[in-house]
Design a protein around this ligand. Structure first.
Ligand code: UD1
Ligand code: MG
Length: 452
């Protein structure tokens, strides 16, 4: 089959510089959702009709399997499909999708394609309590005879609850005859794609229908309000998938997945977490409340405590992270590593059983096993021009409030005294300390406030 995605509409009601079909739903452009569903059907061709902000859309979603057709000016849905017609294979049916209807499901479209068979026209329709604004399906003794747009309805037609979702499958050779003949004699002065229904009836082409499993599948996005509603619908669906796979969620209504979240067995996720990119949580992982994870792998049994932010990192098994940990790109933690509150780690490896429990910055470092990094420890990795590495070998103990001025190496088993500013390598097994000697002045008098 051919797939044509209509995406030329301006989306004025979004009040945004970003073209409507690039507005994100679950972190992904609306049109990307539609493309993913279209691809799942393995069509012979996918054609996107674009218009306003089109170059930006093309750039954002460029892919070798897509054909792009510009519609300029936009004279209606019939005119939009006409622009794609020269590209379409006339021997197979054409499925028309909307770039701003992101949640349509492949299973529904397969049913619609079945209804179309080889030569019929098939419309995806829905029964709505409030059909206002939609084209209505006019039937005669059960058979569909035409679609009437809201603005062209009579009072009786306005009371029809069955609406046109806009999604349809049509015999392509017939489209080649119908589309060029459409007129604009209607309330909006547009070329209505919906007028092909009456033409099909006149030509004796059967007009069938199918319905989505849920009406939200056919909901379009015209405003930030509608986008927000669909975001919640989609997130609830994703949460249900996680629950069905055995993931325990503190509240299925308070999780946001903006990418792919893969979970092992007995994973628990507390409220308010955001998952972006590709995330893997191995068996028994627990994520505390209000964490943000982006492109992260977390090993079995690890616990991420509240308010931690982890980006592009690999966390080993049985680790304890947070609360309030910040783990930045390029970080790899071994097994049983402890990272505590207000610890920032960037582009560093920390091997098994090492700990940095409070208030530290570890950047561009290689940290060995069983290392203890005291509170307030800072790697001074940046000299204002270049970044340098810090190497901390196995079994090192770093006292609190230490600065390691990179490039520098702390040898295996070394101890650094609290307050040390390390500018030269520290030898293994020894105590290294750089600190002004402590003195006490017994005769010192505290200044007193002058009176009168
Ligand atoms: C259309 C249908 C209506 C249906 C409704 C469902 C027609 C005439 N009417 O109405 O029966 O109930 O959708 O939401 O088809 N587009 C273009 N180029 C254009 C015009 C539109 O690409 O010149 C695209 C839009 O980007 C959008 C889709 O087509 O993705 C629908 O356009 P829209 O203006 O929303 O159509 P409606 O008037 O809502
Ligand atoms: Mg619309």
């Amino acid at each position: 089959m051919n797939v044509v995605i209509l995406a030329a509409g301006q989306g004025k009601r979004m009040f945004s510089a970003l073209p409507k079909v690039l507005q994100p739903l679950a972190g992904k452009p609306l049109l990307a959702h539609v493309l993913a569903t279209a691809r799942a059907l393995e069509p012979g061709l996918i054609c996107v009709v674009y218009g306003h902000g089109g170059e930006q859309v093309r750039e954002a979603l460029a892919a070798p399997d897509l054909h792009w057709v510009k519609q300029e000016p936009q004279l209606g849905t019939g005119h939009a499909l006409l622009q794609a017609l020269p590209l379409l294979d006339p021997t197979v049916p054409t499925l028309v999708l909307y770039g701003d209807v992101p949640l349509i499901r492949a299973a529904t479209l397969r049913r619609l394609l079945e209804q179309a068979g080889k030569g019929a026209l098939a419309l995806l329709t829905a029964q709505l309590d409030n059909p206002h604004g939609y084209g209505r399906i006019v039937r005669n003794a059960g058979a569909i005879v035409r679609i009437v747009e809201e603005k062209d309805t009579t009072a009786t037609e306005r009371s029809i609850g069955e609406i046109n979702t806009g999604i349809l499958v049509a015999p392509t050779d017939r489209l080649a005859r119908w589309l060029p003949g459409l007129g604009t004699n209607n309330a909006q002065g547009e070329y209505y794609l919906t007028d092909i229904v009456a033409l099909a009836v006149a030509d004796g082409v059967p007009v069938n229908s199918a319905q989505p499993d849920a009406n939200w599948e056919a909901d379009g996005v015209n405003s930030q309000t509608q986008l927000a509603v669909l975001e919640r619908v989609h997130q609830r669906n994703l949460a249900n998938e996680l629950l069905n796979a055995g993931v325990r969620l503190a509240d299925a209504a308070r999780i946001d997945v903006r990418g792919e979240l893969h979970c092992g067995r007995d994973v628990f996720i507390d409220v308010g977490c955001v998952f972006e990119g590709r995330i893997e949580l191995d068996d028994g992982v627990e994520i505390g409340p209000n964490c943000v994870l982006r492109n992260v792998v977390v090993g079995a049994g690890s616990r991420i405590a509240a308010f931690s932010h982890i980006d592009s990192a690999v966390i080993g098994a049985a680790c304890s992270i947070g609360p309030y940990a910040r783990i930045r790109p390029g970080t790899q933690l071994g097994d049983s590593v402890h990272i505590g509150n207000f610890v920032e780690i960037k582009n560093s490896t920390i091997a098994a059983e090492s700990k940095a429990n409070h208030l530290a910055y570890i950047g561009d470092s290689s940290v060995g096993q069983r290392v203890n990094i005291g509170a307030g420890t800072i790697t001074c990795n940046y000299d204002g021009a270049n970044k340098h590495r810090t190497v901390i070998e196995d079994d090192v103990f770093i006292g609190s409030d230490t600065q390691l001025v990179a490039p520098v190496t702390v040898g295996r088993g070394a101890t650094l005294g609290a307050g040390t500013t390390l500018t030269k390598n520290a030898p293994p097994d020894a105590l290294t300390v750089s600190r002004a000697r402590q003195i006490s002045i017994a005769t010192w008098k505290r200044p007193e406030k002058k009176r009168g």
